[in-house]
Design a protein around this ligand. Structure first.
Ligand code: SF4
Length: 355
């Protein structure tokens, strides 16, 4: 893994992105802000799953105003999570959202009209110390750029640059950038160019990535390749699914690359040597591990006692199947035998004793 490319630090509420700070996980609600109760319930679930920054779409002034009550209700539950107002085209909604206490605005300044309107938003952001995320994607590139560069990685970056230039001309540098494409190759290329061109932190994502399976794979490759190359400061996995799933996938991506402490499950694919009911055990232990929070422990669930402990030598603890039973092993050394029906409970007990 390459060294992290260090970018300017930007504060979003209580989270700092960029620099050497950890890669922040984001997601977006799919409720209407006007339904404060439903939105707060969804944000609560996202927060509990490990989401660190949440974005809410503001379609009109009422949605923007609702941010105030959403934050108040979250505060009552002791939940402090930065809220990003996602706004298209209308500067008044941005101003309203900032007045309502949002922690960041996602808006493309080139799309909100004349420079006076942009300046009003920028001044408001300066007054409240709110950063702006410029978020371009292949679906919303402007015509001039499209004519010049086509729907390409470089075109995406130049599209972002156009918005950056506007903000910088107004003395505003509190910027986060994203340039999402649904084409994974294009997305990787665009962020790579952007990382060389700008000193602003990058928000990574594959846009319109699809449903759970295809979207998770596309996001893992796109986001994962960039992170491996040291690029990226905050991530959002976009899935046509419950946003809570987005956070789970984001954590898996960061966990796979060793960027967060997360319990790890090693399990073999099973083969003809497997002689116990392993699959339900692996699933239940995986769910259990996901409830443990940021712990560093590796657990192995292996199919056979012949190869299992050896293959999973790096695991802290694990089981390997016999005939309707399993042996418990620690660091590749066999400890004892457990009957099939006791495996899950025994393993949970041992894991809890170890963390
Ligand atoms: S650990 Fe045993 S059961 Fe699992 S794949 Fe390897 S040989 Fe097969």
């Amino acid at each position: 893994m390459m060294n992290r490319v260090l970018k300017k630090e930007i504060k979003v509420g209580n989270i700092t992105i960029g620099g050497a700070n950890h890669i922040a996980i984001q997601s977006m609600t799919n409720t209407s802000n006007k339904d404060v109760e439903a939105t707060v319930a969804q944000i609560t679930k996202l927060y509990q799953e490990g989401c660190e920054i949440v974005r809410v779409a503001c379609l009109d002034l009422e949605d923007a105003k609702a941010i105030k009550n959403i934050k108040l209700e979250l505060a009552k539950k002791n939940i402090n999570i930065p809220i990003v107002a996602d706004i298209h085209f209308d500067y008044r909604i941005a101003i309203e959202a900032i007045n309502a206490g949002c922690d960041k605005v996602r808006i493309n300044p080139g799309n909100i009209g004349d420079i006076d309107k942009i300046k009003m938003v920028v001044d408001k952001c300066k007054e409240h110390h709110i950063p702006i995320r410029i978020g371009v994607n292949t679906g919303s590139m402007d015509k001039e750029i499209l004519d010049k560069y086509g729907r390409s990685a470089y075109g995406l970056v130049m599209s972002a640059k156009k918005h950056v230039d506007i903000l910088e001309s107004l003395g505003f540098y509190d910027i986060v950038l994203s340039m999402k494409a649904s084409d994974v190759n294009m997305m990787i290329e665009a962020y790579t160019i952007a990382s060389n061109m700008f000193n602003y932190p990058l928000h990574l994502g594959v846009t319109e990535a699809g449903t759970y399976l295809a979207g998770s794979v596309a996001s893992s490759i796109g986001i994962g390749s960039l992170l491996y190359n040291g690029i990226g400061d905050t991530i959002r996995v976009s899935l046509t699914d419950d946003p809570v799933i987005e956070v789970k996938v984001a954590k898996e991506i960061l966990g796979s690359l060793g960027l967060i402490d997360k319990p790890k499950l090693i399990s073999c694919p099973t083969c003809g040597r497997t002689q116990y009911d392993m699959l339900p055990i692996a699933k239940e232990i995986e769910e259990f591990l996901n409830t443990l929070g940021p712990k560093k422990i590796t657990v192995a669930i292996m199919g056979c006692a012949v190869n299992g402990p050896g293959e999973a030598r790096d695991a802290d603890i694990g089981v390997a199947g016999g005939i309707n039973e399993a042996i418990l092993f620690k660091k590749g050394e066999i400890v004892k035998k457990i009957a099939q029906e006791d495996i899950v409970n025994e393993l949970k007990k041992e894991i809890l004793a170890m963390i």
